[in-house]
Ligand binder design. Sequence first.
Ligand SMILES: N[C@@H](CCC(=O)N[C@@H](CS)C(=O)NCC(=O)O)C(=O)O
Length: 159
Amino acid sequence: MTILFYDLVGHDAKRPFSPHCWKTKMALAHKGLDATKVPTRFLEVPKVEGGVSKTVPVIRNGERVVADSFAIALYLDEAYPERPTLFGGEGGKATARFIERWSQFTIHPYLMTVLLTDLHRMQDEANRAYFRESREQRLGKRLEEVVAGRDEGLAGFRA
Ligand SMILES: N[C@@H](CCC(=O)N[C@@H](CS)C(=O)NCC(=O)O)C(=O)O
C-alpha cells in the first residue's frame, strides 16, 4: 500500500512549489517511505479527500487521512517508529515546532512579497485568476505593488 501525497503544483505538474508540501516530501524521504504524488492545483485543494482541509499537504495512508505538514510528520513518526525518527522525542518536537513558527513569522512574510508575481506566473489561467484575487484580498494591494517593495525590505530580511 502506497501513501497518497497531495502536492501543490502550478501549470507544470513537475514543478511543485509549496514550502509546506516540501516539508512532507522531506519527512517521507527521511522515513524512507514511498508515496504516490497527486499533483494538485490551488482550485483543486478544497476537493482533496472530500474537502478535509483548506490547504495541502494532505496524505492518505490506507484508511487514514492527515492534513497539515506538522501533523503529517507527527503521524509518520508514530505510525513508523521502526524507521529513522523525525523528532527523536518530545524535545525534538518542541524544537521543530519553534523553528516552524519562527520561519512562518520571520522568513515567510518577506519571501511571499518577493515571490508573489513568480508564483502567479506559474499558474494556469484559472488558477492565476484565483491566486490574484485571493492574495490581493488578503494583502489589500495589487500583487505588483507588494512585489515592488522587495528591494526596500531586503536589508531588514537579511538582518
Ligand atoms: N500549516 C499548514 C499550511 C499549509 C498551507 O498554507 N498550504 C498552502 C500552500 S503553501 C495552501 O494549500 N493554500 C491553499 C490556498 O491558498 O488556496 C501546513 O503546514 O501544512
